[in-house]
Design a protein around this ligand. Sequence first.
Ligand code: ADP
Ligand code: MG
Length: 388
Amino acid sequence: ESKDRLRVAVRVRPFNQREVARGCKRIVDMDGVTTYLTHPTDQADRKSFSFDHSYWSFDGFNEDKISGTNVADPSHPRGHQYCDQERLFGDLGRAMLADTFEGYNTTLFSYGQTGSGKSYSVIGYGSNEGIIPQFCHEIFRAIDENSFTSSSIDPIQFQVHLSMLEIYNENVYDLLTPSKSDKGLKVREHPKKGFYADGLSDFVVKSYSDIERLIKQGTLSRTVVATNMNATSSRSHTIVSIGLDQKRTTQNGEITITSVVNIVDLAGSERVSKAGTGNTSGERFREGVAINQSLQCLGHCIHALAESSSASSSNFPINSHKNQRIPFRDSVLTKLLMNALGGNSKTIMVASISPADIHYEETLSTLRYADRAKQIRTRAIVNENPIE
Ligand code: ADP
Ligand code: MG
């Protein structure tokens, strides 16, 4: 058993073209694990937040133009601490990989407003591979090198499998086996294993290229689902699950160890009014409300979990009685994340933020959300000989 806090990382991206065009000021700064946010019109109002990691992925572009209003210490050697995709994976993904081979479930969720860099961190673009592709490369490399296999007598038999789903308007869609049905999959509850999407396809994968092909296909059907529904993918939540089964022969006989890595690319956290067209009727509005419901419910769960963690650090792990007060059942997202947040998983949250003054309110709300999340405690166990 491994008792742990939910680990939280914050990552700030470079200015995007729109922010450059509008001559935005940078109001985010970092020093070590601390993230600072300065009010756009009141330099004296500077809030600080500390996390497990504060990742500086601002590239300095356009910094000259704003030097007069720069909140950073100009002598600070920014270039040295730029966090690229390899560093992100090295800090977060490698630990997840080791935990996976040990038999722990792990979950990483990517939180932030639309355009803040959620997908960049977990999926990536082009050669800037995010955590998922790097993780998939490394899981097969580790299997090939047999680098996590000390306690077994015979060679370990490994099986890797993959599923990918999307939650949109409180419906669950299988991204690897798209169906024609608008309603998608049912979420059911197993007495021991918890909530799951019934009938979700789970493909055995033999190599990195298998995974790459499936994830490409899944990303494509994410867009297709979105287009059919007249939506944008920023309104949906995507969960990629990579499972590892290990059959080991030990002195005490054969054991099976299973573990699952869930990587969750959440919908944009911005409020509906900002994201929408201003039109509060019809499909767009319903969609915004449903997403708010899911994310809001995630917020309520995080709030309740943080309270119960700090109220009873000695009384931890959270027992099932207490878990009943956490409103996991109020949304599909939190049902499927129930294990990740309140139960058997090591969990990481990556909160993405924009550096720009125009996003002050959203950035502040993201930092506060992340600050809450870091109080949550989790309790992961090795999944040996699991219940069928
Ligand atoms: P989200 O998924 O939160 O809507 P994206 O991940 O799609 O946002 O990022 C929006 C844009 O910002 C993309 O063009 C992406 O390439 C860029 N971007 C995001 N994070 C970074 C980063 N850390 N470094 C460089 N570019 C980034
Ligand atoms: Mg995205």
